[in-house]
Every structure is written in C-alpha cells, then in structure tokens.
Design a protein around this ligand. Structure first.
Ligand SMILES: [Mn+2]
Length: 484
C-alpha cells in the first residue's frame, strides 16, 4: 500500500504520533487532524439526522398511525445476523409502546431469503395490517403488491441495491436509492432499522437515548454483514462495543458466558461468538430462536435459547469438519484433481447448511475457485466460493448449459443441476476457470501496510493500534493480532 509522504508528514506534524501509525492512517483515508479526531473519538452526536432519509416522514406517519389505531404490526426480517438483530431491535423498541405485535423470520430452506409468501399469508391469517421488513423487501415487488391486495401495508427498511422497479410499499427506507439524500450510504439493514427507531423515538417524545439500548446488537450486525467500518458504521460499532462490554443485551451476555470469553470483547470476538451461532440456527434448524434470545427479558430466559444456538453450532461444526475432511480426501484420491485450477466436489449425503462454509475451508487447502455440491430433493444443489479478484458469477454463468438455476455475485454463488450433470459441470467449470484465471490470482496475497523496525514499535505503538478498533472493511488490519 502506498501513502503520499507529504500528507503523512503533515498528519504527523499535527498529531505528533509515530510516523508509521500516521502512514497506516493515511492509507485508510484518515489524512487530516479533524478526520483523525473523529476516527479515534467517534461521538454519537455526529450521527446524521434520520429525517434526512427519503420516506422517513412517511414511514413514521404509517407506524404511528398503526400505534394510535392499535393495528397488529408484524416485524419481518431475515435469518442471518443482520436480519435477526434488526428484528430484535425493532420488536423490543415497539414493545415499549405497542402490544399487538409479533415478528416473523422466514425458514432458510422452506421459504428462502427475503420477504416470503408464507410470511404474508401468516400476516393475513392473523389479522396483521402492517409489516415492517428489515434487511429485505427492496426487491420484493410482486410479494409486496400481493400483500397490498390483501390489505397489508409494508414499510421497507433495506440496504440492498434497489432494482429499477421499486416495490409498492407505503415507505421505502434505503439510502442506496438514487434519490435518497441520506449522506451515508453504507448502513446495514439493522442500521436502517435503527434510523427508523431514532425517528420514531423523536416523534413519540421518548428519551433521546432510547435507541442506544440497541447499539450492541447493531454493532454485531455491522460487523457480521461486512459493511465498511467507516462513517456512521464506525461510530455505531464503537459505542455498541462499549455497550456490549458494560451492559450487554441478555442474549449477548448468555452467549459470552457459554463461549467462556472472559476478556473485554473486541469487535472480532463479538462477531466470532455471535455470527456462527446465529447462522447455525438458520442453517441447521430455525433462526427464530436467535431473535427469541435477543429479545429475552432475563438472562435465564436468554440462556435457554443461547444453549440451543450453541448446540446447533456444535452440530454445524461437526458437519463442517467431517465434510471438509471427506472432500479433501476426495481431491487427494483423484490424482487428476489435485493440480487443477478449480475444485468441484459432490456427495449426496452432505448437509446442505454447510456446503458454503466447506467451500471456504477447502480453499484454505487448495487455493482456487471451489464448488461444493450435495443432493437436494431430486436435484443437486451447492455453493461456490471464489478467490479474491476472480469473477465467480461469470464463470458459473459460462457453465449454464449444465445448470437448472444459479445466482450470486463476484465472490460467492449458488446453483442447482440434474444429478447426471455433475461430472460434465466439473469439467466445464475447470475449462472455464483454467482459460480465464490469471496465475497470480492462484497465489494467496498478504497486504503489507508498512515495514517497521524494532525502534518503531517502542512506547505507545501497540496501544495506538488497538485504539483503531473497531476494524472491518476499509479499516483493515490487525485481524490476526493478539488481543489485549
Ligand atoms: Mn444485511
């Protein structure tokens, strides 16, 4: 990584700290005294007003109308960390002021990702007239139209990139909409929900610190959803970590106890403790219990659910490590497979919930684009993972003659095919990857920020590096450093 020497020198002149640290800061875009102050001392007072977000007024009007008229509100979110934490925050907040209230998490395998027809039908059968969708909804044009026909309104809180056609919701909160003036675009789903909570608390004249009760869950969502650790995300994650250590949500406290983490939580511990367990619930069983854990009203109640999550995670780990060893053995046994540019492995009995994780594990051993397949009903389904820099989606697309369906993006994808296509797909995928991947991408890369000498790391060097927490995308480094 490079950094302009003049900028580094001037930053060093104003901060009067170690030049190597100044260089690391400048590499991350922190190139002035002002930016450095905001970076090291993020203040909640610097958060943007929620009212800057397009449709916030409409969203708050609709939710407060539902509260006034005692309408039944359904809080709907996804089965991942961002989804379950958003639902937990919104549900707990509304519970303070409104009781005809429930939440809904779609089942990963029965309903899939995002707003589901089953969820809308559940709302209809149970007399809900307003659904607040969190971390999903922006692409659910047909389903939200279907709900409207049934007399169910939607307020969408999402952060995924909108398509040209928007769903017919009463209000759409999503800073990534082209005409949304909200200044920070990188919020996660839980962050968008937090903005709605902030605006509602303001409208309802609740104490100004009410939304801060949810900062620890929000910090978890920010880190787990891999959004940039910049701007508002950094402020929210910074203060969320303080809350997670001082006065955590009962669910977080229960998981901390079960995981035996006694030291101060850093953002990475928080995520590595919570994310696999919440995701395991969705993969192995049902993520509803993750929400139940986060909204528990006592530590004892939270512990019941934490133990279930812990158990799912133990199952997940066992599945994950046994399937990984089987897959690695298969590669080693096929002398022709070892030296390929790609990996495609298939076993009908592998657990569908972990094939993506297994693909990532295999890449740790055979560093190249990898597909792991298992049987799903009458078909074969699987997940693919790439190595940085290689467009996996394009490669899968090029093999579409062998596929029934596929989807995904640059780094990860999923696909289904007929059983008799597995071998053909393996050969085609290898041919496509071998023809298009530059050899340099097949070698893992380590980014070196700066070469330092022993005298550089004297005094407060390490302490200042630690103060750069929380780390994350765009504020990389130190993931592998020993924790205090
Ligand atoms: Mn999300």
């Amino acid at each position: 990584m490079s950094a302009d020497d003049a900028v580094v020198n001037s930053l060093q002149a104003s901060l009067k700290i170690n030049p190597v640290i100044c260089k690391i800061l400048v590499q991350r875009g922190i190139d002035s005294f002002e930016k450095a102050r905001n970076f090291f001392r993020p203040e909640l007072s610097q958060l943007h007003s929620p009212w800057l977000m397009k449709d916030m007024e409409k969203a708050v009007d609709r939710v407060t109308k539902a509260i006034d008229q005692q309408e039944k509100i359904l809080v709907f979110g996804d089965y991942d960390v961002d989804g379950t934490t958003s639902v937990a925050c919104m549900f707990q907040f509304l519970q303070k002021i409104h009781s005809p209230l429930d939440f809904y998490i779609p089942h990963r395998y029965k309903e899939g990702y995002g707003v589901s027809k089953a969820g809308i039908d559940f709302a209809k059968e149970n007399g809900f007239t307003l659904i607040i969708s969190l971390d999903c909804g922006i692409k659910s044009v047909d389903l939200i139209r279907y709900a409207a026909r049934l007399g169910i309104d939607f307020v969408v809180c999402d952060h995924h990139l909108p398509d040209d056609e928007l769903p017919p919701a009463v209000a759409i909160l999503n800073p990534k909409q082209k005409d949304c003036p909200y200044p920070y675009k990188e919020l996660c789903g839980c962050g968008v929900g937090f903005k709605l909570i902030t605006a509602l608390a303001e409208r309802l004249a609740m104490p100004a610190d009410t939304p801060y009760e949810y900062l620890d869950l929000l910090a978890t969502a920010i880190a787990a959803d891999i959004v940039p650790m910049t701007g508002e995300n950094r402020i929210l994650a910074f203060h969320g970590l303080i809350k997670a250590n001082k006065q955590p949500n009962f669910g977080i406290r229960a998981l901390t106890k079960l995981s035996g983490l006694e030291k101060e939580l850093q953002i990475t511990n928080l995520v590595f403790m919570i994310a696999p367990r919440v995701n395991a619930a969705g993969r192995m069983d049902d993520a509803t219990k993750a929400v139940r854990m986060f909204i528990a009203r006592s530590e004892t109640e939270a512990m019941e659910y934490a133990e279930m999550l812990h158990h799912d995670n133990t199952d997940r780990k066992e599945a994950d490590s046994s399937i990984t060893s089987e897959a690695l053995a298969m590669i080693m046994e096929n002398s022709d497979w070892k030296d390929r540019k790609s990996t495609v492995v298939y076993q009908p009995h592998w657990h569908k919930g972990v094939v993506g994780i297994v693909a990532s594990r295999i890449i740790e051993h055979f560093y190249r684009p990898t597909v792991v397949l298992t049987q799903s009903g009458d078909y074969v389904a699987g997940s693919a993972r790439s190595v940085p820099g290689f467009n996996l989606y394009e490669a899968i697309h090029a093999c579409r003659e062998h596929l029934l369906g596929y989807g995904g993006h640059f780094a990860a994808a999923g696909m289904t095919m007929e059983k008799d296509q597995v071998d053909l797909f393996r050969e085609k995928f290898e041919a496509v990857v071998a023809a298009s991947i530059p050899p340099s991408l097949l070698i893992p890369e380590i980014i070196i920020d700066s070469v330092i000498s022993f005298k550089d790391i004297a005094n407060s060097f390490y302490n200042i590096l630690c103060q750069m927490e929380p780390f994350g995308p765009e504020i990389p480094a130190l993931y592998s450093w020993p924790k205090r």
